[in-house]
Design a protein around this ligand. Structure first.
Ligand code: ASP
Length: 435
């Protein structure tokens, strides 16, 4: 039998998970059964991906930077990467703002629905506000201070510290570039082979991906809120989803125009990473797969991918940016507030910074949203309004986050002449590792 491509297997796993979850919610005790016996496998799957994320960032960035061989190439690549990330982020916030103003989803919310939602989700909103308060109480340069770890070993023990590890890896790579090759070579060989081992581990984890997403989605279905809430917040969800889809359309266009690759080539290449982003709601957990897809299926040279993607997974979140703009204005609309142009421009700035500061994990965006709301003078308790359907929307914005990183890596690769014409798939789809 011809082997099914990975994205089809993952899709089948997702579908089976949804059907399974939907059937089990019909029985008494069915939900508990799924939570006790199926959900843990989903958690193990996400954990195993996250387990790989930190060593992968460390290994691939050190390798990526040291492969560049000179500082001027590094600063050129760094400049282009950050520049493109910033442009797409600002574009994303702007698209979000335009859509939410045009569609005005907040005005379709009935007064009683608003009260119900506020009452039901007040506690959750308060909990997120407390987390955000800790981040807000710091000075303007705190983000810069947080970038430099005082101890690299403790930094690598917390997945929230990705930016610190990125800083260390780039710093370490620069040290390697500055040394004569003879001296740095043993360390380089070590990291090259360390990287290979990590990539092999990703192959192994991906063998069980269809089962992992099955478990994740089955659990999600039994834990999801009632359909009525979706209806009440339908226009808000529609506005956000439209913004996310437009962003994906823009990536496809950029890849077509600048990287000269067809939409089908791009979407087929990146789809397993998108499906995983959807199932895990975490760019960081998806990073191992994004890297492998981009290198082996989209033709981005390892040198570029291993530099651009770990940084992107951490700081480039276009889906989260669209979301912050749409959610902030939606909440303002439901409270009957009219936001001035300068308040909306302020949202562009804070939402851009907030999406950079957002951790690449589920639900991180809603914490940073508190900061955007506070800056724009929108009541923070309004968070309660969107809480109910935040998880499914988080899944969708994570897809956009990951797709944006992949597109930018292709553009950067193209600009350095490092985009291969015919990438040869080495791994999953046609050559599963034999165990
Ligand atoms: N879950 C998103 C991500 O990992 C972040 C967010 O909550 O918007 O990309």
């Amino acid at each position: 039998m011809k082997k099914l491509a990975l994205h089809w297997k993952i899709m089948l796993g997702m579908l089976a998970g949804v059907v399974f979850g939907a059937i089990f919610t019909q029985f008494e005790g069915g939900s508990k059964l799924i939570i006790d016996w199926i959900k843990p496998f989903g958690t193990i799957f996400i954990n195993s991906l996250k387990l790989i994320a930190m060593p992968l960032i460390l290994g691939s960035l050190i390798k990526g930077v040291s492969d560049l061989k000179d500082i001027s190439k590094l600063s050129k690549m760094g400049g282009r990467t950050i520049g493109l990330y910033l442009i797409t982020t600002v574009l994303a916030v702007t698209i979000g703002l335009v859509l939410v103003n045009l569609i005005s989803p907040g005005s379709s919310i009935k007064e009683e629905t608003r009260k119900e939602l506020m009452l039901a989700y007040e506690d959750n909103a308060n909990a997120k506000m407390a987390v955000a308060a800790e981040q807000k109480d710091s000075g303007p340069l705190q983000a810069l201070v947080d970038l430099v770890p005082s101890n690299i070993f403790s930094a690598t023990t917390n997945n929230q510290n990705m930016l610190q590890v990125i800083f260390f890896a780039i710093f370490f790579g620069i040290g390697m570039i500055l040394l004569p090759e003879k001296k740095s070579n043993p360390v380089k060989l070590f990291f090259d082979s360390f990287n290979e081992v990590i990539l092999k581990l990703i192959d192994l984890i991906m063998l069980v991906a269809p089962f992992g997403v099955f478990a994740l989605l089955a659990a999600l279905v039994v834990e999801s809120p009632s359909l009525d809430l979706f209806q009440a917040l339908g226009m808000y969800a529609f506005t956000l989803l439209l913004g996310l889809a437009i962003m994906i359309g823009i990536y496809i266009l950029l890849v077509k125009v600048f990287a000269k690759k067809s939409p089908i080539f791009f979407m087929r290449g990146i789809s397993p990473a998108q499906l995983l982003a959807f199932s895990t709601s975490s760019s960081a957990a998806t990073l191992p797969v994004t890297l492998e897809r981009v290198e082996e299926h989209l033709g981005v040279d390892e040198e570029v991918a291993s530099f651009v993607l770990p940084i992107g997974a951490t700081i480039n979140m276009d889906g989260t940016s669209v979301y912050q703009a749409v959610a902030a204005v939606f909440i303002a609309q439901t409270f009957g507030m009219d936001l001035t142009l300068s308040a909306q421009l302020g949202i562009i700035l804070t939402a851009t910074l907030a999406s950079i500061g957002t951790a690449a994990v589920p639900g991180a965006g809603i914490v940073m949203l508190v900061i955007v709301l506070a800056q724009a003078g929108i009541p923070e308790v309004g968070l309660a309004l969107i809480f109910a359907i935040d998880r499914p929307l988080d899944m969708c914005r994570t897809v956009t986050n990951v797709t944006g990183d992949a597109a930018v890596s292709m553009l950067v690769a193209k600009s350095f002449g490092k985009l291969k014409d015919e990438p040869k798939p080495k791994n999953w789809d046609d050559n599963y590792p034999k165990i």
